[in-house]
Design a protein around this ligand. Structure first.
Ligand SMILES: [Zn+2]
Length: 472
């Protein structure tokens, strides 16, 4: 007998929170997903830092975190490139807008994506489209118009509904496929502009559930369903936002005139501020010679201990992180004191010094998996691994700011106003739901990065090195 052909359907419910999803499942609002949960399973997983759309797609699509991929935010700044030539395209980036297409070439070329590895791959609405032919990019036609209308009229759902129609067209076309990666963006949008539990946000969850129901029906008729791995997950959670601290304006008020999106032509800037999500901020000082990132000593010299204290005193700021004097050591600091994080990619340590800003006590773990297990249920899940991976990128700021829940770091230029945020290291942003129709998965603590080797293994494909552990 011939071995049945395997396929993977990946639904990315962008911004879905595990608690909201679980409530909706329990209350019977997502019947198709509930059936899958009963047949397969449900678990929670951690995403990456910054917990923001785009960079947070990298773990499952490439098995890598944003730091090693050198894409440390949905907006980033490259001090060295900027100092060499401020108008270079390698100096400043925002993937919110036309530069989204640069994501493909910004990624290291030797790190393939699932869309490149899984065979006949189809993409819906995800901006990471390297080597995906146009006719395999289901959402591409009409996407910019539909997205623009969604943004300015706050009418998001037509995007998800059209996405579902394109999936059905593909499945009805007679073409076969190995892998479909489909993004449903409205839960994220509705959570940003309304509330994580607004009726419009809930309706967006239901659109994905309806889609799943129709798709499953069709696959059952085709005899494909049993050997298809169906997975639904998310890239980050969100929390409601009541107050904005515009970090770029704060820097300017401190006498360090700041360059930030969308005003990139600021003359003689003394700093650059890049915000993601909007609860993640990256501060780059420009008031010193050279293009290197500053460490603890450099910050003291060019930012000043007083400014750090005053920044940590802002209500919006949960903590700051910066490079230590020693290699591979990072300082986490809040108003109550500092702790160090050390990692050489195998050992992971957290030591309170004058305080314990992450509330982890003293920790020493001998593997990335152990470092996840030790922190999975804490306020800052996977903190040691996530902090150290971020700083593998020289584009990670001299100072990284993680905001408190309820606050974000971008006020002036955000239109429409954001009423929900993500990007921080808090568990509400870091933990995502994962529902799968197949059984027999490992039961250890999970990262979304583990999906990359898992899906390749399901398909019987070779797995590149250094990319997390398969769950099956
Ligand atoms: Zn997102």
């Amino acid at each position: 007998m011939m071995k049945a052909k395997k396929r993977v359907l990946f639904y990315l419910l962008d911004g879905a929170r595990p608690d909201v999803l679980s409530e909706l499942l329990k209350e019977g609002h997502l019947p198709n997903l509930a059936q899958i949960k009963a047949e397969g399973g449900y678990r929670e997983a951690t995403t990456c830092f910054p917990s923001t759309t785009g960079p947070a797609y990298l773990p499952f699509l490439t098995g890598q975190f944003p730091g090693p991929m050198n894409i440390p935010g949905i907006r980033w700044f490259d001090k060295k490139a900027f100092k060499e030539n401020r108008w270079s395209t390698a100096a400043v980036r925002t993937y919110c807008g036309p530069q989204a297409s640069l994501f493909n070439t910004d990624m290291p070329s030797d790190r393939p994506t699932l869309l490149e590895l899984m065979g006949e791959s189809y993409n819906l609405y995800n901006m990471i489209t390297r080597n995906v032919p146009d006719d395999h990019d289901l959402g591409k036609k009409g996407k910019s118009w539909l997205y623009l209308r969604a943004h300015f009229l706050k009418r998001h759902h037509p995007v998800d509904v059209q996405g579902h129609e394109r999936i059905m067209q593909l499945l009805n076309s007679g073409k076969d496929l190995d892998f479909l990666f489909a993004v449903f963006p409205s839960v994220d949008w509705d959570s940003h502009y309304h509330h994580v539990r607004d009726h419009r946000t809930i309706a967006a969850y239901k659109i994905a559930d309806n889609s799943l129901g129709e798709v499953r029906n069709l696959l059952e008729k085709k005899g494909w369903w049993e050997d298809t791995l169906f997975l639904l997950t998310s890239d980050h959670g969100l929390t409601p936002t009541h107050t904005h601290l515009d970090l770029a304006s704060w820097m300017t008020d401190q006498g360090l005139k700041s360059l930030s999106h969308p005003i990139l032509w600021t003359s003689n800037p003394k700093s650059a501020v890049m915000i993601s999500g909007n609860s993640f901020g990256s501060i780059h000082l420009l008031n010193h010679p050279g293009g290197q990132p500053l460490n603890q000593q450099g910050l003291k010299d060019h930012f000043g201990a007083e400014r750090i204290q005053s920044l940590l005193g802002e209500k919006a700021v949960d903590f700051a992180i910066y490079r230590g004097i020693k290699e591979k050591e990072y300082i986490v600091e809040n108003g109550a004191g500092t702790a160090t994080v050390f990692s050489d990619r195998q050992q992971f340590e957290y030591h309170p010094l004058t305080g314990d800003p992450l509330g982890l006590g003293d920790l020493h773990c001998n593997s990335p998996r152990a470092a996840l297990e030790a922190t999975f249920h804490r306020e800052y899940p996977d903190a040691m691994v996530q902090i150290s991976q971020l700083f593998e990128s020289k584009r990670a700021g001299d100072l990284i700011i993680s905001a408190k829940n309820g606050y974000d770091l971008r006020g002036t230029w955000e239109f429409p106003e954001h009423k929900g945020s993500h990007g921080s290291l808090r568990k509400e942003h870091m933990v995502v739901p994962m529902v799968c129709n197949q059984q027999g998965w490992a039961d250890h603590a999970t990262r979304t990065a583990d999906l990359f080797p898992t899906l390749l293994k399901w398909m019987g494909k070779p797995i590149p090195e250094n990319c997390g552990d398969a769950l099956i």
